[in-house]
Design a protein around this ligand. Structure first.
Ligand SMILES: Cc1ncc(COP(=O)(O)O)c(C=O)c1O
Length: 423
């Protein structure tokens, strides 16, 4: 039934709005955090010991994370953005020059583009596919130049990018592949864990993510030399980059410190960053990993139920599907309002918001819809799919504090909305 636009209760009718908000029976917040008793114990231990900067708990967290993804190395940093940025900065040790180009999808959380720029590279954008939300591999080769150094696919909303096609192009053109796996904890692609599919992978550990340290990030890789450089980069580019720093763990004597004649801790081999994770964050992360199986199975159930139950709205809204070859990392549930649905994304967002359902936009086309990227001089219209999602996409949480009754409430609320306002 189409609602006369004049009577649309959007951003007006304050009294009506307040009544609806007060009546909302349930709250569906976007994210959640579970701080386990194990984390609390470790946090207290760290506080009592006075050893709170990067030390043994960070190392333990890194080992557990590497074991979980199945990589040889994991290097923890202070955010997912820094994980992207430091992974890219590793490339300077392998011939990359400042200003060289990194291929990224046009649609992502803005951190992906920011990280490329902060690492000193130029982002080159490629449009995404509407069905997968991910970079369209068929468009990658068109933008490869002599300056291209890497492809950085994003597994948006935990859906694995088309890594076989991407890796094939990378091999052909001798490019590095760095996965932006910020949202893809627990995702599997053709039997392999996301995070093991390129040269390095960068995760966010921000609190809305499946494994969290409150704020934080981590880079996984099978290459020991990459991991060493990452450890140097996260600590100002220092020359000392041992896996276990004895000075950091128990103030023991470091036999390597003056080996070269000068204090290795004050030799700065490369342009570095200040991006260490601290012990308190790692303690939260260790607790989060202890709960991982429980968290992921709850989130998976929520996501798959939402995907299935959302099918009935397919005449006016779409979402992604889990395909045979993959397991989506259950980060969140994306939705895209179709053309001619009879309502806008923002009207739906407003309706859900008043009924206690927290939403986020499904990001935007970084080069053409983020004002901060204007200086790159891309023209609106250059990335039609990313821009369409930027205008019409949204997502909601699928986290471990939600269950069947929340999914049910969400589906019912969307159903009520569509009954009133869809064309
Ligand atoms: C795709 C993507 N990349 C990078 C990041 C950056 O992570 P952080 O917020 O931890 O810096 C995020 C954040 O959620 C993200 O969604």
């Amino acid at each position: 039934m189409t609602q006369d636009k004049e009577s649309w209760p959007f951003l007006s009718q304050k009294t009506v709005d307040l009544k609806i908000i007060r009546k909302a029976k349930m709250k569906i917040p976007f994210g959640t955090i579970t701080i386990t008793s194990k984390s609390r114990e470790l946090i207290n231990e760290a506080l009592d010991s006075g050893r709170v900067s990067n030390g043994k708990y960070v190392r333990e967290f890194e080992e557990l994370f590497a074991r979980l993804t199945g990589t040889k190395e994991a290097v923890a940093v202070s955010s997912g953005t820094d994980a992207d940025m430091l992974a890219l900065a590793v490339l300077y040790d392998f011939g990359a020059k400042r200003g060289d180009e990194i291929i990224v999808p046009a649609l992502s959380f803005v951190a992906t583009g920011n990280a490329v720029l902060h690492a000193g590279f130029t982002p080159v954008f490629v449009d995404v596919e509407l069905e997968t939300l991910n970079i369209n591999p068929r468009r990658i080769e068109q933008v490869i130049t002599k300056k291209t150094r890497a492809i950085m696919p994003v597994h948006l909303m935990g859906k694995p990018a088309k890594m076989d096609e991407i890796n094939k192009i990378a091999r052909k053109h001798k490019l590095f592949v760095i996965e932006d796996a910020a949202e893809a904890h627990g995702a599997v692609y053709k039997g392999k864990n996301v995070g093991t599919l390129g040269d390095m992978a960068a995760y966010s550990l921000y609190l809305a993510h499946i494994i969290t340290t409150v704020e934080g990030g981590i880079v996984t890789t099978d290459r020991e030399d990459f991991a060493e450089i990452l450890r140097s980069l996260r600590s100002h580019g220092r020359a000392c980059k041992c896996k276990v720093c004895v000075v950091n763990t128990n103030s023991a004597y470091c036999s390597k410190r003056f080996k070269s004649g000068r204090d290795v801790r004050f030799i700065f081999e490369r342009v570095g960053y200040s991006s260490k994770m601290n012990e308190l964050e790692a303690a939260v992360g260790i607790g989060s990993l202890h709960m991982y199986k429980k968290i992921i199975s709850k989130r998976k159930r929520n996501l798959l139920t939402m995907i299935k139950r959302f099918q009935k709205f397919k005449s006016c809204m779409t979402t992604f599907q889990q395909e045979e070859h993959e397991e989506i990392g259950p980060h969140a549930f994306p939705m895209i309002v179709k053309e001619k649905a009879g309502f806008t994304r923002d009207q739906l967002v407003d309706y859900l918001d008043k009924r206690g359902i927290d939403t986020r936009d499904l990001f935007s086309s970084m080069p053409t819809q983020c004002p901060g990227f204007k200086f790159l001089k891309y023209k609106l219209g250059a990335f039609p799919n990313a821009e369409y999602i930027g205008d019409n996409g949204l997502h909601i949480g699928v986290h471990q504090d939600l269950g069947e009754k929340h999914v049910d409430y969400f589906i019912r609320t969307v159903g009520d909305f569509l009954e009133r306002y869809a064309r």
